[in-house]
Write a protein that binds this ligand. Structure first.
Ligand SMILES: C[S@@+](CC[C@H](N)C(=O)[O-])C[C@H]1O[C@@H](n2cnc3c(N)ncnc32)[C@H](O)[C@@H]1O
Length: 394
């Protein structure tokens, strides 16, 4: 495939405008925390990676998420959401609040499959999409136009706006949402700050803040000589906001993401997890092409879970995507994947896609699933099919 020179040119122009905007802020305020740099690279209006109009997802973009692989991901989750609705005594209204839905493939798959396979659940289901990037919100309005017209789905800019009309029963869901939130970086020399020298971004270090030290003390590890680790403070603020919207409500919280536990960090793994992705190639330098590449950091599940517990959520499980999806799908032998396959060649293709979502060599063990609940009896929640192969029980 050839890329039109105008496309390349507009990317280069956008990148240099963003570099200038970041540099101007640094000249005005002094070196900025890594989280601010990451925030501008990803979300600066018009120029940030998710805010600009170019494709980010799928083959034409820079990375694949589970929903890009096959609709079976959303369909299996629809099956799990339907079970959750039953555990909540089948209320007349349940709201799935999806954090960071991107281009809305997952939401479409859940809504379509629920209508087809779980008609009673579908009648109760309302879907709120919380997306901060204005261009993605516009794409969601388009992609989900039918569901929006039928008042089944709505698009919001903030979690609080979505929650304010949600009713008593909710499921808060995010796939690869927490890994896209800005993080602080703590190096063995201190907290990372980004400065600018002769027009180039340079790394400087200051003593870590009290909040960073506390997070690493309680839920992570301190970097050893030559090392750096992330302090996922913004994701903990999100957990607090999620706990706040659960007040007076009941339901479930489901986060699927790249991530680690404190034990894994203590064993020497998952340190320095910041990665950048551009056109399906990974790079470890977040400074290479600001705004033109995705920047992600693994989620600290120990910290996220603990903050949820502190704020009133009940822990249920942390397990691999593989265990979770097999638990949901095995009883029906993954009928959700194969039901619509007509020619046998299609079955073979779908079997490969399913395998990619589930096996350790694919996405099955790269992704973890954190499940929590509010106002749900433990014994009832324990019966969910997704928990059959639980790795770390709540
Ligand atoms: C890696 S993408 C995942 C997209 C989608 N969930 C999927 O699996 O394909 C992260 C998404 O989170 C959104 N996001 C990041 N920060 C957000 C925030 N503060 N509020 C709402 N959405 C946000 C991004 O704009 C982007 O759509």
């Amino acid at each position: 495939m050839t890329i039109h020179p105008n496309v390349l040119d507009s990317g280069v122009r956008r990148e240099s405008r963003l570099r200038k905007r970041i540099a101007d802020e640094i000249r005005r305020d002094g070196p900025i925390p890594f989280s601010r740099y990451m925030e501008m690279c990803l979300y600066e209006p018009d120029l940030g990676y998710y805010s600009r109009s170019r494709e980010q997802f799928g083959k034409a973009g820079d990375f694949y998420t589970s929903s890009d692989v096959h609709a079976v991901f959303g369909r299996l989750l629809a099956r799990q959401f339907e079970e959750m609705w039953c555990v909540l005594d089948s209320p007349r209204h349940i709201e799935v609040i999806e954090l960071g839905p991107g281009r809305g493939l997952f939401a479409g798959d859940v809504l379509d499959w629920s209508a087809k396979t779980f008609p009673e659940f579908s009648r109760a289901l309302h879907y709120a999409l919380v997306e901060q990037a204005a261009n993605l919100r516009a794409r969601l309005q388009e992609r989900l136009a039918e569901h929006i017209a039928a008042e089944r789905a709505r698009v919001f800019e903030s979690l609080e706006a979505a929650a304010s009309t949600a009713g008593e029963n909710i499921i808060v869901f995010g796939n690869e949402f927490f890994d896209a939130l800005p993080v602080e970086v703590v190096d063995y020399r201190g907290g990372l700050r980004i400065g600018v020298e002769n027009g180039r971004f340079v790394e400087t270090f200051v003593p870590p803040t009290a909040a960073e030290i506390e997070l690493l003390d309680r839920y992570g590890v301190h970097p050893e000589e030559g090392e750096r680790v992330e302090a996922t403070l913004v994701s903990l603020e999100w957990m607090e906001r999620i706990a706040e919207i659960f007040r007076g409500k009941r339901g479930f919280f489901v986060a699927i993401d790249y991530g680690y536990t404190r034990e894994e960090q203590l064993a020497g793994r998952h340190r320095d997890t910041i990665m950048s992705y551009r056109q399906h190639a990974a790079s470890t330098s977040p400074y290479e092409a600001p705004g033109e590449q995705d920047i992600t950091a693994h989620v600290n599940f120990t910290a996220l879970r603990a903050r949820g517990v502190e704020r009133g959520l009940d822990p249920m499980a942390l397990l691999t995507q593989s265990q979770f999806l097999i638990g949901i799908g095995e009883e029906t032998q993954f009928a959700d994947a194969f039901q619509e396959c007509k020619p046998p060649q299609e079955r073979a293709k779908v079997a490969l896609q399913l395998k990619h979502l589930i096996t350790p060599t694919g996405m099955g063990e790269t992704f973890q699933v954190l499940l929590m609940s509010v106002g749900v009896a433990k014994e009832k929640a324990a019966g969910l099919s997704g928990l059959k192969l639980t790795r770390i029980p709540g």
